[in-house]
Design a protein around this ligand. Sequence first.
Ligand code: S3P
Length: 448
Amino acid sequence: MHIAATRPLIARRPAAPLLGTIRVPGDKSISHRALMFAALAVGESRISGLLEGEDVLRTAAAMRALGAEVVQDAPETWRVAGRGVGGLVEPAEVLDMGNSGTAARLLTGILASHPFFAVLTGDASLRGRPMQRVIDPLAACGARFLSRAGGRLPLAVVGARDPLPLDYRLPVPSAQVKSALLLCGLNTPGLTRVEEPEATRDHSENMLRHFGAEVSVQAQGSTRIITLAGQPHLRAADVVVPGDPSSAAFLIVAALLVPGSRLRIEGVGLNVLRCGLFAMLREMGADLRTENQRLQGGEPVGDLIVTHSPLRAVEVPAERAPGMIDEFPVLAVAAAFAEGTTRMCGLKELRVKESDRLTATAALLAANGVRVEIEGDDLIVHGGRPPAGGAMAQTHMDHRLAMSALVLGLAAQAPVAVDDGAFIDTSFPGFAALLNGLVEGPAPIAAP
Ligand code: S3P
């Protein structure tokens, strides 16, 4: 089932500040991986705090179609009886990954080393996204692929019967490509080796260890070399999914922009390879503090306390992009209110997200009265007075654009509408209700 009905929304300045103590839904990256690794482990794993957004529900359905037992016991509490490494079975149906690039890429890695036939598809956004970046390296293990032109979904996979271990240097910094190769390596004898010139989120490495695999990571300058010993005995493990820092980002920027606001967001994942935005906002003058830091299942977690702050412009160098790759639309919104000109460099990868996020973020800001330019792969935002607002933003089936536009509307001079807020459910179900619950008085986010 795809998200069908469009849901226009409009956000306006709230009558009161955003105040409260809240949690955000589970981390999307970790939720996908928890379901996949649990399905490849022997025994029953319990996952709590699972994100029940559309993207992750696609992964749950796919793992079920591949033979794992995947059951919801209570809200955000799931149980997975795994099949063991190499134990998945041929799915009877096409695997529909909805809007989720992570689900599609990681699953392709799993399928590449399972000797059966499977077909992957997705919604119009996902069917437009490049899969060649996983097809090319995975083909070297002996898997065969047929796709639409340009490596687009639908994609048919015949996994290798005797997969060869992969040794690959990532040409683009992508945790999805890295993870696809590691997942393929699980059912492959020998050592799978992935070299990443720029570090990307390491949730797969952390969770592989949590389920009992042998993974080593060596640093050579800024390059990381990840080696996985194939055909491990993965044993069931419990996973507590932290709150998604990429979802917390929208509330943090909202609180920074709405005068008088103060929020405490508990239990947020603080993996350093995900927290680039928080460092950037602090450099912009944000009062954003961390408390109660702890380790939870191999991942750092803590509470974030954010207080409304005036912001100043910054330069974001290209090497910081991988650590905040999903946060540029909302950072651009923050930059529109900051004093001075913010330049965000090296954003090529934004062009192949759920939408062309570079173009769409610039269009969102420009339509709402912000002076913005794209120079090559850089995004330049001229900040200052609160933007005029007043426009209807095109969200292009992209949850993060929709939420960024609504955050803009909370502080712009006139309300900001989005053509479709339905895709917010892919990563942050209940976003509007949670935000409205922080304000006394009329709901700032509503149907137009
Ligand atoms: C993700 C990796 C990133 C990110 C995406 C989630 C992951 O994509 O944008 O939202 O869970 O591995 P890329 O691998 O394309 O950079």
